[in-house]
Design a protein around this ligand. Structure first.
Ligand code: HEC
Ligand code: HEC
Ligand code: HEC
Length: 127
């Protein structure tokens, strides 16, 4: 039998190294450094910035599942505020500059989203 302790340690080190560019990217940069463009006329996102930065992908999955499986198109934020569940009409309405916001950060972090084969990116953007 292998020594389980060392195997686990090895896995932890591997995962740490493997994901380090990602953590460095998220922890090391603020948005002036990534150069993303935030909406001019809005102050708040659906949830707070830290949550959005770390969890927006999960939130979007949750939104999709709610809309499609449960036909629920209202999201109640932790603040109690209600938002319409829509990638197009909510997220991208505020974040209208897809290229300078979503895309810029994704490119910097080597993320490729497959959403846009079906969903529409606002004008003037990639693809
Ligand atoms: C194969 C096509 C396809 C792909 C790829 C796809 N979607 Fe969708 N998505 C749909 C369809 C169709 C609906 C239903 C639209 C409706 O009923 O309003 C939907 C609905 C949604 C909704 C809820 C309703 C809305 O209008 O926003 C969200 C959120 C969503 N998708 C997010 C995503 C995200 C994020 C990705 C990428 C990770 C993605 N989708 C990739 C086809 C797709
Ligand atoms: C009402 C306008 C509005 C809507 C709707 C909105 N956002 Fe935001 N979003 C903002 C603003 C303003 C900020 C910056 C907040 C701050 O800096 O305090 C932000 C911040 C963010 C951030 C963090 C950026 C950073 O600084 O690292 C992400 C990621 C994000 N939004 C994604 C989304 C997604 C995904 C959706 C849809 C689920 C969405 N937003 C819906 C206005 C909006
Ligand atoms: C501040 C940086 C940043 C901004 C701004 C940002 N994202 Fe992301 N996004 C990421 C990172 C980093 C990941 C990869 C996270 C992971 O793999 O766990 C990601 C992942 C995603 C995923 C999941 C991709 C997949 O295939 O699993 C979706 C969907 C997504 N982002 C949508 C958006 C949308 C829509 C916007 C703009 C409204 C946006 N993001 C803005 C950093 C950002």
């Amino acid at each position: 039998m292998y020594n389980a302790k060392f195997v686990i340690l090895g896995i932890l080190i591997f995962v740490g190294l493997f994901t380090s560019p990602f953590w460095a990217g998220l922890l090391g940069k603020n948005y002036t450094e990534t150069g993303i463009v935030l909406p001019k006329n809005e102050k708040e996102c659906v949830e707070n910035v830290d949550f959005m930065r770390n969890q927006h992908m999960r939130l979007l999955n949750e939104w999709r599942d709610e809309a499609l499986r449960n036909e629920n198109r209202v999201y109640v934020a932790s603040s109690g505020k209600k938002w319409t569940v829509s990638l197009q009409n909510t997220c991208l309405k505020c974040h209208e500059n897809y290229k300078e916001f979503c895309d810029k950060c994704h490119v910097a972090n080597s993320v490729d989203t497959y959403c846009w084969t079906c969903h529409i990116i606002p004008q003037g953007s990639k693809q």
